[in-house]
Unconditional design. Sequence first.
Length: 268
Amino acid sequence: MTPFGHTPPPAAAAQGGDAAQARACAVEVHGLCHRYADGTAALRGLDCRIGAGEAVAVVGANGAGKSTFLLHLDGLLLATAGEVRVGDLPVRRDTRVQVQRRVGYVFQEADDQLFMATVEDDVAFGPLNLGLSPPAARERVHEALARVGALHLAARAPWRLSGGEKRLVAIAGVLAMAPQVLVLDEPSAGLDPAARRRLMALLQALPQTRIVATHDLDLALGVCNRVLVMHEGRIEADGAPAAVFRDAALLRRCHLEPPLAWQGRSGA
Ligand SMILES: Nc1ncnc2c1ncn2[C@@H]1O[C@H](COP(=O)(O)OP(=O)(O)OP(=O)(O)O)[C@@H](O)[C@H]1O
Ligand SMILES: [Mg+2]
């Protein structure tokens, strides 16, 4: 088993919520609400159940609540009302450390994540923190950097990298921890076409549960078996991407546009 092979791959790609019911549950959310300190009601009652090994896109316009939702999956924000479970573990202040061992989180802003002197040390931080020996951690660092195509950046200072390079390193840092659940907020933003393609292939190949907030509907279509459409703090639709993205009225209501691959196609 590779360091990335925590969870067995799913027997078949699920098609939306029904198939998810049949698998072990990776994430369960009931009546999740979040109100920020300034009174903004960012989440207004979310319910969903994500099965182990699913790849789920979370899409929606700016301000729809995607990042706020994802931050609850790692205990970085706590529910104002409702509950979130990761496997059998409720996400609470007192379980946050255990939750964060199960869930790897790639922030929307890579600068929020990188803080060590070199890329190699940065990616090694998580595995060392999990208790791996330095040689085992080094092996994970190299495998993770190679998987995102960033091995050549190992000796560089993270804060001197370009935006896209930082994002790749941040993704490697989370991969190196081999979490059961990967949560990525806008992982393809700022990547060049080749790096984006490599990321898509990588996300597709990973056996873990993957939850990806993205404005890249083509990525959602190419990588994910399921999409949650968020609108004004609620889940407006939940299903297989190809079916959901065909609903023109839904896309209009949620201020989304069809995947680029479909644009210009009649009947898309
Ligand atoms: N720290 C905060 N304090 C107050 N309001 C916030 C805070 N962070 C986000 N919000 C508000 O919560 C709502 C949801 O924001 P969120 O960042 O979750 O949206 P998003 O879907 O991730 O958007 P984007 O596509 O721009 O990343 C927005 O109305 C936003 O203005
Ligand atoms: Mg966001």
